[in-house]
Write a protein that binds this ligand. Structure first.
Ligand SMILES: CC(C)(COP(=O)(O)OP(=O)(O)OC[C@H]1O[C@@H](n2cnc3c(N)ncnc32)[C@H](O)[C@@H]1OP(=O)(O)O)[C@@H](O)C(=O)NCCC(=O)NCCS
Length: 152
């Protein structure tokens, strides 16, 4: 996939895109967060993907995987998710994690299995998203998923 690395100047456009997808808006500029954008010919964001890396570099918390409603169900979401997993492997992570309330079947197809929220929060205690979800109480409404990052 030909994706563009997120840069601080993209913050407004990406925030609006993620708001429409009902995904976490904060932490886009955190040093541990890596994000990429997919744009159409007009430069409009039509997809995003990324992850937050744990302090020890072993764990990747996949986040911000979204496709604009008009472009869904054509394999783009799977491509965006795999892109983030590949980059996390390159960075040295050996396990991927994520929170998903509604898209469990999508992640299951990508090799993720349901795990206890505690497992995720222990592995990724120092990440922006875990601290945010703990502070806001959102953790109780979330479902954690995980997969090993070997042989993607
Ligand atoms: C989840 C999302 C990224 C999938 O994008 P997409 O481009 O439709 O994904 P794909 O076309 O690669 O879908 C792959 C498969 O997953 C299925 N799928 C996609 N979204 C699904 C969902 N929410 N629930 C169940 N299955 C889903 C598709 O039907 C497809 O199955 P098929 O190959 O048998 O037809 C997209 O629905 C989206 O942006 N949702 C809002 C943001 C979001 O919830 N992101 C997940 C963050 S945790």
């Amino acid at each position: 996939m030909d994706l563009e690395r997120y840069k601080p100047a993209d913050v407004e456009a990406l925030t609006a895109f993620l708001r429409d997808a009902d995904l976490t808006l904060s932490g886009l500029d955190a040093p541990s967060v890596r994000l990429w954008l997919d744009r159409d010919e007009a430069g409009v964001i039509v997809g995003s993907t990324g992850y937050e890396i744990s302090g020890d570099g072993h764990h990747a918390l996949i986040r911000s995987v979204a496709v604009s409603p008009m472009q869904r169900s054509r394999g783009r979401g799977g491509g965006l998710a795999r892109f983030a997993l590949d980059r996390a492997v390159e960075e040295g992570a050996n396990r991927a994690w994520l929170f998903s309330r509604r898209s469990g079947p999508f992640w299951r197809k990508l090799g993720f299995e349901s795990v206890a929220n505690d497992q995720l929060t222990e592995a990724l205690a120092d990440t922006h998203q875990v601290r945010l979800f703990q502070q806001t109480g959102q953790l109780e409404r979330e479902f954690a998923w995980s997969r090993a990052l070997t042989a993607i």
